[in-house]
Unconditional design. Sequence first.
Length: 131
Amino acid sequence: EKGWRSFKNPSDQVRTIKKYIQNNPGSNEDLLLMWHLSQALAFSGDVGESIELMKQINSKEPHQYNKLYQLFTIFFLEKDMKQFNSLYDQYREQIETNKDDSNIQIVKCMKQCGDKNKFDYKSAYTTRCKC
């Protein structure tokens, strides 16, 4: 793997991505790069900064699929299962019948973990849920 993904430690990923953004003006407009930064922030334990960045990204996200996935993640990190489950219920059939899409499997795991009051992002961010 190359770039920030070659760093296993999320704090190193955050430093690397922030340095890249600093050295490449305009790269902070890349929503995917910024989303990965927000995830690395969450994994490193900086959940507050992560949520704020995720909300900024979500407000600019043009694709409905990404927007929904981001909202599920934000609600999970905010430990807001009321909003999470409300959104989940709107898309329950599409979510529960999908066995292949990795982001949808992660949403299912976030739901399982959140419903058990387990809000560790590292544990929930997987397609092989252990909650």
